[in-house]
Design a protein around this ligand. Structure first.
Ligand SMILES: C[S@@+](CC[C@H](N)C(=O)[O-])C[C@H]1O[C@@H](n2cnc3c(N)ncnc32)[C@H](O)[C@@H]1O
Length: 306
């Protein structure tokens, strides 16, 4: 089954390539939904698709097989964008899309350990990362674990959950999604109508395992540096931490001073490199949210290179 790409209509409206026959990068190609629509709409466009997940790349390879002469797929992290482009002999690009985070395929594959809905090894790796979520849960100290839960999950009960994890792992290592969820639920009770008490902690561990926020800011700088004039970058994020990084990066790139308040003279060297086309992030319509609940938290921001 091909899952529906989020904000597809909006991405197609905003991500107009600066050249019909140029190259667009899909930095998180996933199941290839956005890529397919872009290739269909622009018959002379070439596309480089990046994903850290081999299974995702295989799925998009199949989905995009009819465009194979216009598509290059690369396994890697989009943080290596500049190297990836160098290796494919591409100097500049006519657009870039990054639909950040985890795919529905990854979440729905019980064996990958992203979700407490299934009993599975506590893995959560999107690609070839060294450490699994179980490694983190069984080795971080109380301080580090609290920080992960607080910073990446905005979990209000971070310290209590971290302590419960440390206590439980003294009995036996925490190896499965179900055991971790039970430990969290033992200190954070479910209230009627609320999300599952384990939701924020699972999000935090997934972000930490995959180092999802590390390098996002630099990636946006790198992407903008290789955009042709009038080419656009579109970024979709799914939680406030990611969106904040994207928002700040765009502000900086549009030349807004980012010096701390009270600095007598601007020292950040702010210079306008892009125009931001979305002052507020674009969100999914009611209709899309009804059809695809995952789109509820999606935020799209777009900027154009000057
Ligand atoms: C939300 S999905 C993308 C879905 C895609 N737009 C589609 O239409 O099917 C995000 C994808 O980004 C990949 N990903 C996450 N972080 C990455 C990174 N740092 N580098 C490369 N790929 C990454 C994930 O493996 C996942 O397949």
């Amino acid at each position: 089954m091909n899952h529906e790409p989020v904000l597809l209509k909006e991405v197609l409206e905003y991500l107009i390539p600066s050249r019909n026959d140029g190259t667009v990068v899909d930095a998180t190609i996933g199941l290839g939904g956005h890529a397919e629509a872009l290739l269909e709409r622009h018959p002379d466009l070439r596309l480089i698709g990046i994903d850290r997940d081999l299974q995702a790349l295989e799925r998009s390879r199949q989905r995009l097989s009819r465009f194979s002469d216009r598509v290059t797929l690369v396994q890697g992290r989009h943080e290596s964008l500049i190297d990836i482009l160098k290796q494919s002999g591409t100097e500049s690009i006519s657009g870039l899309l990054a639909d950040l985070g985890v795919s529905s395929m990854q979440l729905d594959d019980a064996s990958r350990g992203f979700s407490f809905r299934f009993d599975a090894p506590l893995d959560m790796r999107m690609g070839a990362e060294e450490k699994t979520a179980a490694d983190l849960v069984n080795t971080l100290d109380e301080y580090e674990l609290t920080r992960v839960l607080r910073d990446y999950g905005e979990e209000p009960m971070a310290r209590r959950i971290a302590r419960a994890i440390l206590e439980a792992r003294r009995e036996a290592p925490i190896e499965t999604t179900t055991r971790l969820a039970e430990i969290i639920r033992s200190v954070k009770r479910a209230r009627f109508g609320d999300i599952d008490p384990a939701t924020l902690a699972f999000q935090a561990l997934r972000i930490a395992t995959n180092e999802e926020l590390i390098g996002l800011d630099q990636f946006i700088d790198d992407a903008v540096s290789v955009l042709e004039q009038h080419a656009r970058i579109a970024v979709i994020s799914f939680h406030s931490l990611e969106d904040r990084i994207v928002k700040r990066a765009f502000r900086r790139l549009k030349g807004e001073c980012t010096c701390p308040p009270g600095m007598p003279v601007c020292g950040c060297g702010a210079k306008a490199i892009v125009e931001v086309l979305t002052n507020r992030p674009v969100t999914a319509s009611e209709e899309e949210v009804q059809r695809n609940p995952r789109s509820r938290s999606a935020k799209l921001r777009v900027a154009e290179k000057l």
